[in-house]
Design a protein around this ligand. Structure first.
Ligand code: UD1
Length: 366
């Protein structure tokens, strides 16, 4: 079965890696069944946004890199579509696997769908119900066109059912990001990043920030940075800064006073930072899941989340971009945290194996 896997941006790589590993394991046990072909769209291209993840996650080099790069949403989406169509026509895959919700995910899905190539979406059914997020459009379009939808939790299944998606296409398998977290735990524990950055366990907070809603408006970003400056008088804040945010801070003349700013880090070092931090402040999607599994408090600088299970069962608290709420939650965590958490069902490190078993069974029965 020839399978094209599509990755484009940083959060895709940790979702693709376990699926490729599970295919290899399946082939080793059952003979060569899956023939994977990895396409990197090049949406993210900086070393620290892309290459470092291939090294950290033991991902094979992509068979093709489309080199699409940055642009407006339309330019980026159209760029991926035009380039990936050629690859799909040349390679004639039996299936295309897309992950997550970035522009590359939607672009690959539309293109495959029009060529009548079946699409499987890993991490289907997440909904923030906020169409100002570009990812929400990507999720809805990807899901409506996908032939197999692999979900992380029951809430995602309900979202898809409410949109009229055929339940026979939906498979609750758990969270592939957590597969990666468990698989890389030895390397994470061996990272010397705390020594390199002169940090002590529990005595710092980790910060990431990149959502357009938080960083593209000077007043919003200025308000958040003001709150963080005050928090930094009580706890050291390590800010692994996304290129979008770096660009905006320079453009708006905002310095990030009080923050320990670094370039984006690789997966292994970054997860070690998270694991040994006092708490996390972020607007990322994936980190809400990783902190839930690690039992690490997560203050999410958003007004909504497509991952509500991390609030219901996990460590996640939404504070939006309101400086007072950010300070209130951070100061409360500095005082102490006694929140009990539960790991969502099937977030056990074996989601990708379930996906691969389902793909093999379906193919066998068709
Ligand atoms: C994208 C995803 C988002 C994901 C995030 C993780 C979409 C719509 N958004 O947002 O869901 O959470 O990735 O990082 O697909 N840039 C660089 N170097 C790079 C990549 C980007 O400098 O390697 C710059 C670009 O020039 C651009 C900005 O960062 O100005 C934004 O990049 P883009 O891929 O458009 O979106 P992200 O904000 O990274």
């Amino acid at each position: 079965m020839k399978v094209i896997l599509v990755a484009g941006a940083r959060p895709n790589f940790m979702k693709i890696a376990p699926v490729m590993r599970a295919m290899e394991k399946y082939n080793n046990a059952n003979g060569a069944f899956f023939e994977p072909f990895l396409v990197h769209t090049g949406q993210h291209y900086d070393i620290e946004m892309s290459k470092v993840f291939f090294d950290d996650l033991n991902l094979p080099q992509p068979n093709v890199n489309l080199g699409v790069g940055s642009g407006t949403h339309a330019e980026q989406t159209a760029g991926v579509m035009a380039a990936i169509e050629k690859v799909f026509i040349e390679q004639e895959p039996d299936l295309v696997i897309v992950v997550g919700d970035v522009n590359s995910t939607m672009a690959a899905t539309i293109t495959a769908s029009k060529l009548h190539i079946p699409v499987a979406h890993v991490e289907a059914g997440l909904r923030s119900f906020d169409k100002t997020m570009p990812e929400e459009t990507n999720r809805i379009v990807t899901d409506v066109l996908s032939d197999m939808l692999f979900t992380t939790d029951e809430i995602a299944n309900e979202n898809l059912a409410n949109e009229g998606i055929d339940p026979e296409k939906i498979f609750l398998v758990g969270d592939v990001m957590i597969d990666t977290l468990f698989n890389r735990m030895d390397a994470i524990n061996a990272s010397d990043v705390l020594d390199r950055m002169k940090l002590k366990v529990g005595e710092y907070a980790v910060l990431t920030l990149h959502r357009p809603g938080n960083v593209d408006d000077p007043n919003v970003l200025g308000g958040i940075l003001g709150a963080l400056k005050e928090i930094s008088s009580k706890i050291k804040i390590v800010f692994a800064r996304h290129p979008r945010t770096k660009g905006r801070m320079e453009e708006f003349g905002l310095g990030g006073e009080g923050l320990t700013i670094s370039d984006p880090l690789g997966y292994v070092d970054f997860m070690r930072l998270v694991k040994d931090s006092g708490f996390v402040m972020t607007d990322s999607g994936g980190m809400q899941e990783e902190t839930t599994v690690l039992g690490k408090p997560c203050v999410t600088l958003r007004y909504n989340t497509e991952r509500p299970v991390t609030i219901e069962k996990g460590t996640n608290v939404l504070v939006g971009s309101d400086p007072e709420r950010i300070k209130q939650e951070a100061f409360a965590l500095i005082q102490g945290n006694d929140r009990q958490v539960q790991t969502p069902e099937l977030w056990d490190g074996h989601a990708a194996e379930r996906i691969v078993d389902i793909l093999a069974t379906k193919e066998g029965s068709s």
